[in-house]
Design a protein around this ligand. Structure first.
Ligand SMILES: [Zn+2]
Length: 586
């Protein structure tokens, strides 16, 4: 990845007007030294989103999302770090400089750039062939018959590969590319005699671009019935990896960010049809076996993901897996129930975008959908059949964390099967563990995490507040940050936060976009809070003692009986000092 020089990143940060930037996404109002508005990342009626124009950071006290201009653009425009830096540089007219890479990395980068160049030329060549060549007449007819507009074909750079063995190969070699490069780009392959030939011949070509619009590979559909396979993708190589790509991600990016949702469909035709119908936040997973990587990519495009996929067995397995991946990522996954044998392109051909939107409106959670599907396909006459259904439902229920929702679903299922809830629960427990991947039963995992976060939420909050007051208090604050040992902080995140603040005491929020999201949110929150504070030395000392006491409380529960007395002694001392200090305040 291209790395920017620190000086050019600094120049960019200076040039950015964060209030002007964020104003395009939320109406900001001045409130003292800060600006507030409705949070662009979560639904709210009263503003809990603040922007600090001097530190150039934002933080939402509702959803705890925070960061700087770079991370803001990453989020709202669904770009990666480099893409977001380039986007901002463009907008604020800053020229970026790139870091000198070490020679080996620079060489690899150069090789990859050549492959991108080759793929870009191939895309242009296929586009031109579809437009102009006689042998593409059938393909043009086929695409027109499917009802795709010329605009949408152009937008997605749909093309055609000639039937001959070397129509791409020969000109590319003449332009100075090697056979090995053509192979690495997934465009050529070798026969038994070691000769290279074009991988794609006589096919409709769909370029697979990344979110920045760079072509990384192709998906290709056969034109003749005899040609196998019907769909052929680029071979894996340095720039293309199967299962990473979403078709149309670059074209859906900004619509998805704007509407807060992305629609995942099965194939190229569905994406084209949806875009033609104005549903531009649509991408294809290219096959029912949606991968974990693709779920992650989808969650980057928007916080609500609609799966409008084939619900055959493989498809349903993929959805359950996707639900597991999504759970840890703060993304809502919904399933669009499609009529049997119909895909989104069919729905749109019959009833336009409205017909599709009605389905989207009635989308179900993965759990609801799976339960519905399990019942739809099941015979329930005999006890054996009912047992089979319970086996099928068990892994689905593992997806639901314990709580009211789970109880409700259990009640509904028990009713339909005419068994008691407790019988149903114990029957499910007897089933062998689900075949779906995952080391730990999902619900147990989620429940454990919830318990942990519930336990530490209050403690963490006071640790964050303390660090914020340290930031606001100059020398005394800096000293006390230095005194904060690991034992005084309750979570690894808080220790990382302390380390970051020690190293960046003067400008804690500069460059936060490069931090991992959790730390970035925490740093911006603390930087934001510190602005409002003006902690006295005494307040700092008091806060520190409180953390000491909390740390000793934790140590007391976790230590062997022999050490408890010693800890208790220390604890009493801290309590005494706390009392004295508080008395000074009174
Ligand atoms: Zn928010």
């Amino acid at each position: 990845m291209a790395r920017f020089t620190n000086s050019s990143l600094d120049k960019l940060r200076d040039a950015i007007d964060i209030v002007d930037l964020i104003n395009g996404y939320s109406d900001l109002r001045r409130a003292g030294s800060q600006y507030t508005g409705l949070c662009p990342f979560h639904e709210e009626r009263t503003p809990s989103f603040s922007v600090n124009p001097t530190e150039k950071v934002y933080y939402c006290f509702g959803c705890q999302e925070g960061g700087d201009a770079i991370s803001f653009v990453q989020k709202v425009e669904s770009l990666d770090f480099a893409g977001s830096v380039e986007w901002l540089a463009d907008r604020y007219g800053v020229e970026l400089e790139y870091e000198e890479l070490d020679p080996r990395e620079a060489e690899r980068q150069k090789q990859r750039d050549r492959l991108y160049e080759l793929l870009e030329r191939a895309a242009k060549f296929y586009e031109r062939t579809l437009e102009e060549s006689d042998e593409a007449a059938d393909a043009r007819e086929y695409l027109a018959a499917r009802g795709f507009s010329a605009e949408v074909l152009k937008k997605f750079r749909v093309g055609f590969s000639p039937k001959a063995w070397d129509k791409l190969l020969v000109p590319a070699l003449r332009q100075g590319f090697t056979e090995q490069e053509l192979q690495a780009a997934g465009l050529a392959q070798r026969n038994d005699r070691g000769q290279f030939y074009d991988r794609f011949r006589g096919r409709v070509m769909f370029p697979l671009a990344d979110t920045r619009g760079r072509v990384r590979g192709f998906g290709a559909r056969a034109m003749r019935d005899g040609d196998k396979p019907k769909y052929l993708n680029s071979a894996d190589g340095p720039v293309y990896q199967k299962g990473r790509q979403l078709f149309g991600a670059d074209r859906a990016r900004s619509a998805a960010a704007k509407r807060g949702r992305v629609i995942a469909v099965e194939g190229y035709a569905d994406v084209l049809a949806l875009h033609d119908a104005g549903v531009e936040e649509s991408v294809a997973v290219m096959g029912t076996a949606m991968t974990d990587d693709q779920v992650v990519e989808l969650s980057r495009l928007a916080s609500r993901v609609y799966l409008a996929l084939d619900a055959d067995r493989a498809g349903r397995q993929a959805m359950i897996r996707a639900a597991r991946v999504a759970e840890g990522r703060d993304v809502e996954l919904l399933v669009v129930d499609l009529p049997a044998g119909k895909d989104p392109a069919d729905l749109i051909a019959e009833g336009g975008a409205e017909a599709f939107e009605v389905r989207v409106k009635h989308a179900l959670t993965v759990v609801e959908f799976e339960i519905q599907q399990a019942f739809a396909g099941a015979a329930l006459e005999t006890a054996r059949e009912r047992d089979a259904l319970i086996s099928e439902l068990a892994p689905i229920f593992e997806l639901i964390p314990a709580g009211a929702l789970k109880d409700e679903q259990l009640r509904l299922v028990a009713d339909r099967l005419s068994v008691s809830e407790s019988a149903l629960t114990s029957l499910m427990r007897e089933r062998p563990k689900s075949a779906v991947r995952g080391d730990e039963p999902f619900a147990a995992d989620a429940a454990r995490r919830q318990a942990q976060s519930g336990m530490s939420a209050g403690t963490e909050k006071s640790e964050r507040l303390f660090m914020a007051s340290c930031l606001s208090a100059g020398t005394v604050g800096r000293e006390h940050l230095g005194l904060l040992t690991d034992e005084l902080l309750s979570t690894p995140l808080m220790r990382e936060l302390r380390d970051h603040l020690r190293e960046n005491f003067e400008k804690p929020a500069a460059g936060v976009a490069a931090l991992k999201p959790q730390l970035r949110d925490a740093v911006t929150e603390v930087a934001m809070l510190s602005e409002r504070e003006n902690a006295s030395d005494k307040a700092i000392r008091l806060g520190f003692l409180q953390l000491e006491k909390a740390g000793l409380d934790r140590a007391l529960t976790g230590s062997p009986a022999g050490e408890k007395a010693k800890i208790e002694l220390k604890r009493q001392d801290v309590i005494r000092r706390l009392g004295e200090l508080s008395a000074e305040f009174a």
